[in-house]
Design a protein around this ligand. Structure first.
Ligand SMILES: [Zn+2]
Length: 321
């Protein structure tokens, strides 16, 4: 995959999984976009359940038409279990997506509805026909089996971190599913989101940065398609330079800078002297946190992705480089 830290363009903060009053969120679409604009987001994709939100166009935020849709699982672990994917760049919502109706339901109290495509592939194919891009939502929260994702195709990536699932029940981090797919040699991308429902509590808990040359929906979609992105729940990644024998990272103050690869071949550099360093610290801030590091990483690995951890334990993740 190409390195989005190279080349021209700028990083724009994106909310890619968020709910309005069209489903189980608490703000109307226009107010929701305003809430994100006020805290520095430049891209918002409202992803209501089986509803396509159409907030008012505005100059300062790129609005990506999107929804959170369901699919019948190939390997459900539980009765009537379905799972979700996020469809970006779509124009309508299918009335009858063709899945198993015994998996459909509506929850009037929380104002949401679940329908399903017959498979994840069918949902991804429908999204592609619309000119859109699909990402699998919260695999850990949904308890997807590894086989469910390994045997499916058509999605650009998975939701590696979901803030709402983390807050609700500690199931926000789906990076083990990601490493399984990457270890199989699949070019799967990641996004991080807040999955906002209650803005005072969860808006901005995590986000995805999109590398864009112009503020347009097409640019946002191509960043999602090509992996011109990185994810964060706090730290900033300023630059990533791939060297023959390792990866150089420039970031906001970090406690750890790691490179993850297949099997157990990852490596890391940490602050202090207590641990093993596979690389070196290149720069620190006034608090002694790492702002530049070189991490040893064999170019022969199937994939190499960077994780930056700040002093509070919040992470930022790159796609495979
Ligand atoms: Zn959601």
């Amino acid at each position: 995959m190409s390195n989005p830290f190279e080349g021209s363009g700028r990083w724009v903060k994106a909310a890619l999984h968020t709910h309005s009053t069209l489903s189980d969120g608490t703000l109307v679409p226009d107010r929701l976009v305003q809430a994100y604009a006020e805290v520095g987001f430049g891209v918002v994709a409202i992803t209501d359940h089986w509803r396509l939100a159409k907030p008012r166009e505005r100059d300062d935020v790129v609005l990506v038409p999107a929804a959170e849709l369901g699919f019948d699982m190939r390997y459900p672990r539980y009765p009537r279990q379905s799972a979700e994917f996020l469809a970006y760049g779509i124009h309508d919502i299918p009335e009858d997506p063709g899945g198993d109706r015994s998996n459909w339901y509506s929850n009037a109290e929380d104002n949401y509805e679940v329908r399903t495509f017959p498979s994840l592939e069918a949902g991804c194919a429908w999204t592609a026909e619309q000119g859109g891009v699909a990402y699998v939502a919260h695999p850990y929260w949904n308890q997807l089996t590894e086989a469910e994702l390994v045997e499916a195709s058509g999605f650009a990536g998975i939701e590696v971190f979901n803030g709402s699932a983390e807050t609700e029940c500690g199931r926000g981090d789906s990076s083990p599913w990601w490493d399984s797919l990457l270890g199989d040699g699949r070019a799967v991308l990641g996004i991080a989101t807040d999955d906002q429902h209650y803005p005072l509590f969860d808006l901005g808990r995590a986000w995805t940065m999109l590398h864009m040359t112009e503020p347009t929906v097409e640019e946002a979609l191509s960043a999602l398609r090509d992996g011109a992105t990185y994810m964060s729940e706090g730290p900033l990644i300023h630059d990533v330079i791939v060297h023959p024998d390792g990866i150089e990272v420039r970031c906001s103050g970090a406690r750890d800078v790691r490179v993850q690869t297949e099997e157990e071949w990852g490596a890391g550099v940490a602050v202090g002297h207590g641990g093993r360093r596979q690389g070196r610290v290149l720069a620190t801030d006034d608090a002694g946190l790492i702002t530049g590091a070189f991490v040893e990483a064999d170019p022969g690995r199937r994939y190499r992705r960077v994780v930056v951890v700040d002093a509070q334990g919040r992470r930022a993740w790159t796609n495979p480089l």
